[in-house]
Design a protein around this ligand. Structure first.
Ligand SMILES: [Ca+2]
Ligand SMILES: [Ca+2]
Ligand SMILES: [Ca+2]
Length: 134
């Protein structure tokens, strides 16, 4: 999710990089820092799914092991939710949720190398993935 705080931090990163003469975004983004748990500079599907799974548990306020649209708090539109809920029971199981994450991960992995680098994370598809991970 692009929060005002993230936007401010990104602007600060740009300003700082201009001041110190480094290319913009040379430092890992906050999303990358959070998601890249093995610190190899990219986010692989395992890392994305681990973050998604943690978020899923956090969002599941009533601890019934599924997320309804209320618990998702706007992370998926009605149409996206319907597509992700093939059994149409009005909730997403963790498997169904992780399937959406996997689809979005693959959409963002433009060079098909199985990982997302900074550029891919910042793409439109990458930014569609992030709210499902954090
Ligand atoms: Ca990694
Ligand atoms: Ca629930
Ligand atoms: Ca990639």
């Amino acid at each position: 999710m692009i929060t005002r705080r993230t936007a401010t931090l990104n602007s600060l990163a740009v300003i700082t990089s201009i001041l110190v003469g480094q290319p913009a975004f040379a430092a890992p983004s906050r999303a990358m820092q959070l998601l890249d748990t093995d610190n190899d500079g990219t986010v692989d599907l395992d890392e994305a799914k681990k973050a998604a799974s943690t978020l899923f548990d956090k969002l599941d306020r009533d601890h019934d092991g599924t997320l309804d649209r209320r618990e998702l708090r706007g992370r998926l539109s009605a149409a996206e939710f319907a597509a992700a809920d093939p059994d149409k029971d009005g909730t997403l199981s963790k498997d169904e949720y992780l399937k959406v994450v996997e689809d979005r991960f693959k959409a963002a992995d433009r060079d098909y190398d199985g990982t997302l680098d900074e550029k891919e994370l910042r793409s439109r598809a990458g930014r569609a993935l992030l709210p499902l991970l954090q």
